[in-house]
Design a protein around this ligand. Structure first.
Ligand SMILES: [Zn+2]
Ligand SMILES: [Zn+2]
Length: 480
């Protein structure tokens, strides 16, 4: 029994962990590697293992860094089952099609501008590959054990991160005697308690080994702030001066959380009378998936859903056509526009920003993480002049940032999760974090008395029973 960490090891993208159990090969996650273009292209094309030898794939959730290489795996010949929750399967049909379109457009431009005489490059995958991938998805229920191989049973548990997100428990017959079961846990991406719409993460326990994420292994989120009140205040003062509120938001997850909060403010009579528009076709499709899965909601959202649609109310409109989207910019009354992408790098949000940034009455409300050098980050930094589509605009609008909407556990959440176990696992593999975050989190765990903490390097294999690495020692140099 062994596990090899091919991606998401000392980095956050490209998650791929290959389990080998009594001759069966199980791939845990098949994430897209994201980073510098050339390197990303190369790493996403080449699988570091024989794709045809994989017997089954298990996915924790729909985010592209966990699922986005699936169509490439299928293009490389994989035809086996892909196990995930039912909601994840539904979200994947939205996310993978969008991902294929991005790859096709990206390669079209590369080919168009390639030097004469050089061969055309093929996209990583196309909509056709996605169409062959979707029928392989096997949507399962939370909490129900199912068999994926002779010696391997699996149970999905709530992860509380996005709709359909799951932690994975594998019960493996380790062959050391009749009925002996090795329990391997995988957190996927862990969410946080009390997030709107979603249930709180399930506490796994009684594990022999755990593969654990560490995205925020050394960071703390803002706490105790009343998100709804801050949101209400931003809307109120913008509307008072006759402006519009422009919110760049990720189409899946973030948009639905903002809509849900606005809906609650509306019900409580705390929202000024202004129209609200969600202007992102992908967000509308993802919202449809949310609506189909009240089974994944927490008690509050479920109760509200019984009374009516929690992601739609009479003040809110999902915008479809490009024409309607353009008409929003001709409106002369205050309104709220939520549009993708979240970091304002692409999508319809750019047009709303072009028409909105130079007006001091408007507010640009940032509700998510914006990576360095993205337009979202430059707005947050209040750069006086910003460029969109090669043209310069003066930033006169107010820019406001509401943190605390993150759906990732932070350092204290992750440590609390580990302390919540009555019997700690013998080995903990720390994955899915930038290297400093993963190493720091491993240090925090060791400091709290946890043994067998490993931070795998890319491509490193471990014996699951003993937790011992083959090859490279993983012990960190002193001081880390
Ligand atoms: Zn995620
Ligand atoms: Zn992730």
């Amino acid at each position: 029994m062994k596990v090899t960490f091919y991606g998401g090891a000392r980095t956050v993208t490209g998650s791929k962990h290959l389990l080998e159990v009594n001759g069966t090969k199980i791939l845990l996650e098949c994430g897209l590697f994201q980073g510098r273009r050339e390197e990303a292209r190369r790493r996403n094309r080449e699988f570091p293992f024989t794709t045809l030898a994989v017997d089954a794939v298990i996915l924790s959730h729909a985010h592209i860094d966990h699922s986005g290489a699936l169509p490439a795996l299928v293009r490389a010949g994989y035809e086996g089952p892909i196990y995930c929750t039912r909601a994840t399967a539904d979200l994947l049909s939205v996310l993978l099609r969008d991902s294929a379109e991005i790859h096709e457009r990206d390669i079209y431009l590369v080919n168009k501008h390639r030097p004469a005489g050089t061969p055309e490059i093929e996209p990583l995958y196309t909509l056709k590959d996605v169409a062959r991938t979707l029928p392989l998805l096997a949507g399962m229920e939370y909490g129900e054990q199912f068999k994926i191989a002779n010696d391997v049973n699996v149970i999905f548990r709530e992860a509380g991160h996005i709709l359909g997100s799951a932690q994975v428990q594998l019960n493996i017959n380790d062959g050391s005697g009749p009925g002996t079961v090795f329990r391997l846990g995988f957190t996927g991406d862990l969410g946080r308690d009390h997030l709107p719409i979603l249930r709180d993460p399930y506490q796994m326990d009684g594990l022999d080994a755990l593969i654990m994420e560490s995205t925020y292994g050394d960071r703390l989120h803002e706490r105790g702030e009343d998100l709804k009140s801050r949101l209400a205040a931003v809307v109120e003062r913008t509307v008072e001066r006759g402006g519009r509120i422009i919110i760049p938001a990720f189409a899946v997850g973030r948009t639905q959380r903002v809509v849900y909060l606005l809906h609650q403010l509306f019900n409580e009579g705390r929202l000024p009378t202004v129209p609200i528009y969600v202007d992102s076709p992908m967000a509308s499709e993802a919202t449809e998936v949310y609506r189909r899965h009240p089974d994944c909601f927490d008690a509050e959202a479920y109760r509200l859903q019984e009374e009516g649609d929690i992601l739609g109310f009479r003040r809110l409109r999902y915008v479809g056509s490009v024409e309607e989207s353009k008409r929003l910019n001709e409106m002369r009354v205050p309104c709220i526009i939520i549009s993708a992408s979240g970091m304002a790098e692409a999508g319809r949000i750019l047009h709303h920003l072009i028409h909105g940034v130079e007006d001091a009455r408007n507010t640009i409300l940032i509700v998510g993480y914006c990576a360095p050098y993205t337009l979202g980050r430059r707005l947050m930094e209040r750069q006086p002049v910003i460029r969109i589509f090669g043209r310069e605009y003066r930033l006169r609008a107010e820019v406001e940032h509401i943190g605390g909407l993150s759906t990732h556990a932070d350092r204290d959440d992750l440590l609390g999760y580990m302390r919540g176990m009555s019997s700690p696992p013998r080995t903990v593999y720390i994955v899915h974090g930038d290297e400093p975050q993963s190493l720091a989190f491993a240090g925090h765990l060791r400091g709290q008395g946890f043994n067998g903490v490993q931070v795998p390097r890319k491509g490193q294999t471990f014996d699951l029973l003993t937790g011992a690495p083959d090859g490279l020692p993983t012990e960190e140099p002193a001081g880390e």
